[in-house]
Every structure is written in structure tokens, then in C-alpha cells.
Write a protein that binds this ligand. Structure first.
Ligand SMILES: [Zn+2]
Length: 62
């Protein structure tokens, strides 16, 4: 189930990005290609301050 208040986030390189499908996404919501999948979690677990700045803007705009 999709939860826009607590989306799935994926660690690619050193940054967490929001993805719409944790297993099949090749692009983060901000447009950044996902090349590495080091971990996935939920936004509220990692904290907004650890999210990539572009993804953070998209969340805050909602
Ligand atoms: Zn991002």
C-alpha cells in the first residue's frame, strides 16, 4: 500500500531518495537514476534531514 506521508526511500550512493516502487524503480522521484540499492527504508525512519534535497522539496510541496 502506498503511503504518501511515509514513502519508501532507497539509499543510492550516500543519499536517500524517494522511490515509488522499492524493488523496481530505476529513477528516484527527483529524477536521479538509482544505480545502487544499498538499503531501503521509510521516510519517517531515516528522517527528512537525511533525504536528498530535491526529494525533500517534492515531499514538502505536497
Ligand atoms: Zn532524490
Amino acid at each position: 500500500m502506498r503511503d504518501d506521508n511515509n514513502p519508501v526511500v532507497l539509499l543510492s550512493g550516500d543519499q536517500w531518495h524517494i522511490v515509488d516502487d522499492s524493488r523496481q524503480s530505476t529513477l528516484a522521484r527527483c529524477g536521479q537514476p538509482i544505480r545502487q540499492r544499498r538499503a531501503h527504508s521509510r521516510l519517517k525512519t531515516i528522517g527528512l534531514e537525511n533525504l536528498c534535497p530535491k526529494c525533500r522539496v517534492l515531499v514538502e510541496d505536497q
